[in-house]
Design a protein around this ligand. Sequence first.
Ligand SMILES: Nc1ncnc2c1ncn2[C@@H]1O[C@H](COP(=O)(O)OP(=O)(O)OP(=O)(O)O)[C@@H](O)[C@H]1O
Ligand SMILES: [Mg+2]
Length: 505
Amino acid sequence: MSDPVEQDALDRRVLDLANVSKSFGGVRALKGVDFTVRAGEIHCLAGENGSGKSTLIKLVSGVHAPDPGGRILMNGTAYERLTPPQARREGIQVIFQDLALFPNLSVAENIAFDHVLDGYASPVPLRRMRRTARAILDRLGFGIDLDAEVGRLSIAQRQIVAICRGLAADARLLFMDEPTASLTGREVDALLGLVERLRRDGLSIVFVSHRLDEVLGIADRVTVLRDGACVGVYPTQGMSGRRLAELMTGLTIEPGIVARAVPDDPVLRVAGLTRRGEYEDIAFMLRKGEVFGIVGPLGAGRTELALTLFGMNRPHAGTIEIAGRLVRFSDNRAAIAAGIAYLPEDRLTQGLNLPQPVGDNIVLSILDRLKRAFGFIPPKARRGIPAAWVERLKIKVPSLDHPVQTLSGGNQQRVVLAKWLATAPRVLILDSPTVGVDIGNKKGIYELIREIARDGVAVILITDEASEAFSTCDRVARMDGGRMIEQVVPGEISEEEFAGRVYAR
Ligand SMILES: Nc1ncnc2c1ncn2[C@@H]1O[C@H](COP(=O)(O)OP(=O)(O)OP(=O)(O)O)[C@@H](O)[C@H]1O
Ligand SMILES: [Mg+2]
């Protein structure tokens, strides 16, 4: 028999939203959504890109006001709308998708920021701040330098700092908008372990993630959003990844091996490439129309290698040949001129000019060329080119004039992709292109990559998911500790076997 007191505690709702809606101009981001979080539960918010997950979080944390007609109950108190300080007082903390950190401040300053603001008058007591930050980092088990400037940290480290900041501000209900998107397997495990511990301490956690296995592994219940409406609330017990994907998308997703033999027409040849401390003695060849995967954990040297190929950092030794010609890039303009395009992993800060319209972002990288060809930028090209890419990549945006920052995370990712595809590259390097992209749209991006390759572009796909490489690439290399350990053909070796080698620790 269940204990009635315990049952009561289980049913206690820390958050209870009824019929909340939110419109941005003509876009109805949320349509009459009900959403509850119980005390001490891990609740997942699932839905495709643009389904309204981040918007819901912004209503609860006071960033946006909801449309009239709904109700927000928080720890039993009713609000028509919340201000950010009210939300903080109710114990709400959010780790936003874009992390919202201060890149020019130190780790300690970022972590203790709200804490210091709320608790103590200025000037900021440095020692107390450092102690707070240190304690939180230790609790997480991450050894990050307190004095490091956040802008110089890796994405994974920045993510950890953002999580620490939420914890430092005494969260009781912690929202995490895709906290694991850029973490490695080991870091994800550490984070999920921490989330479990926080729950045992009585915290409630709302988790947004596009990795369905992760969701099902950790959450008690899942609320599914589709096009701004609530599809339903489900216990994760007994729910399969496939069923959840169907609820989110209405599609069935069945990845299969697509590797094929490509005619031997090398576009890129790399030999003995070395950049000390980052990668060593890298050799591989890439053919026209081929998709070449590079899989490995964060820190394997994949991104550093990509940056060299894109002219952003110089190798200490080795050679790069493009179409049979030795090249030495002095900067990335030289690499672009040689036909190399690079989609960075940090889509939110490196790839885009956020306040600028979607259309301008897409033509950004070809403006020079258009200018050179015509002496000015023909208005038809300025609109026609982005319009075609928006359609081809199914980017959800009401018009080309909308600033990129109003798009959902997954749609921003596709704007970056469009921007680089518009340059008609010979070699396209995609660094983790589906991080933060939902499963339905991931499939769309895989199809798009195959299509781009069929058009003759040689594609390098950097990913930390073996499954992603196996369902997209013709050949897959494994990197670890700065070395390219092996190259395999999907199908000649099973995905499970390959994944076992990648994730072996
Ligand atoms: N400030 C804004 N102005 C205009 N439209 C917005 C704004 N914020 C969000 N939207 C729109 O609301 C819809 C929902 O966006 P939201 O960011 O909530 O999606 P999401 O579910 O978090 O998606 P993702 O998984 O891609 O992060 C999208 O169509 C988006 O373009
Ligand atoms: Mg979002």
